[in-house]
Design a binder for this molecule. Structure first.
Ligand code: APR
Length: 245
């Protein structure tokens, strides 16, 4: 379908539905220069997720996992929010959407001004020492060492494969999904659970699903009602234009 028609159709579908929640994934930050995990140029092309991203691997050889973590955290710290993050913040301010549930650890929704952000997979800024429990907020990698003065290894406050999501965070996300009249799903492959379950819950309860992604995903042929086949910035901007002010 033509993108403009799809955006107009999505706005029509969303009219009168409330609340409209949002689920974002790595794709929304691609236009900020942060690589996704899967697909062309994805991180998992270069790093085996089991070897670098699993908690057991981190425990066995933290130095190895930190090779990848430094890259992920570095790209997050140096990135700026793009038009897609900014559009969502404007829609939040207008009262059109909320909350934004994200799988991203880059903090770009908050940097764009969004207030109600649920970070399902933690964040790259908060660092904790696995030895002494010391905490620090990371702003710059230049003077950073993954080893603590106590001799222990530090870790970012993110969810590794093999770890559960923080219970309160997951509960909040699931409650919002249960209550939602609709969801806008932006830039996620929909592969990693339990995050991937969120649009499925909305749909199961009779809610509508609008999806924005340049490529089709697990949702596209199944639960998506309107698909905006476009990068996040373009799709969200178009949709914003059609939504009532
Ligand atoms: N705009 C919107 N979407 C895009 C763009 C773009 N400019 N570029 C790529 N995409 C889409 C891809 O088509 C893909 O569907 O973003 C999605 C990225 O998918 P993944 O890399 O799988 O990211 P995500 O769904 O967030 O991954 C979930 O997997 O490895 C874990 O913990 C990691 O949180 C992450 C989770």
């Amino acid at each position: 379908m033509d993108l403009i028609k799809a955006a107009a159709g999505a706005a029509e579908l969303l009219r009168g539905l409330s609340p409209i929640i949002v689920l974002t994934g790595a794709g929304i930050s691609v236009e900020s220069g942060i690589p996704p995990f899967r697909g062309p140029g994805g991180l998992w092309e270069r790093y085996d997720p089991d070897e670098y991203g699993h908690i057991d691997s981190f425990r066995k050889d933290p130095g190895r996992s930190w090779e990848m973590l430094i890259e992920i955290i570095g790209s997050s710290l140096s990135a700026e929010p793009n038009e897609a993050h900014l559009t969502l913040s404007r829609l939040e301010k207008r009262g059109t959407i909320g909350p934004i549930i994200t799988q991203n650890i880059d903090g770009l929704h908050q940097a764009a001004g969004a207030r109600d952000v649920i970070e399902l997979h933690g964040n790259a800024r908060d660092i904790i020492c696995t030895g002494c429990g010391g905490k620090e907020e990371l702003r710059d990698l230049r003077s950073f060492s993954p080893r603590c003065g106590c001799g222990g290894w530090k870790r970012p406050d993110i969810v590794f494969f093999g770890e559960g999501l923080p219970e309160m965070v997951l509960t909040r996300a699931l409650m919002n999904a249960e209550m939602a009249g609709a969801i806008i799903v932006v830039g996620t492959s929909g592969i990693v659970y339990p995050a991937a379950m969120i649009p499925e819950i909305v749909k199961r309860n009779g809610g509508k699903v609008v999806e924005i992604n340049p490529y089709s995903t697990m949702y596209t042929g199944s639960i998506t009602d309107v698909f905006l086949e476009s990068p996040a910035t373009e799709g969200l901007k178009l949709l914003e234009g059609y939504l009532p002010g």
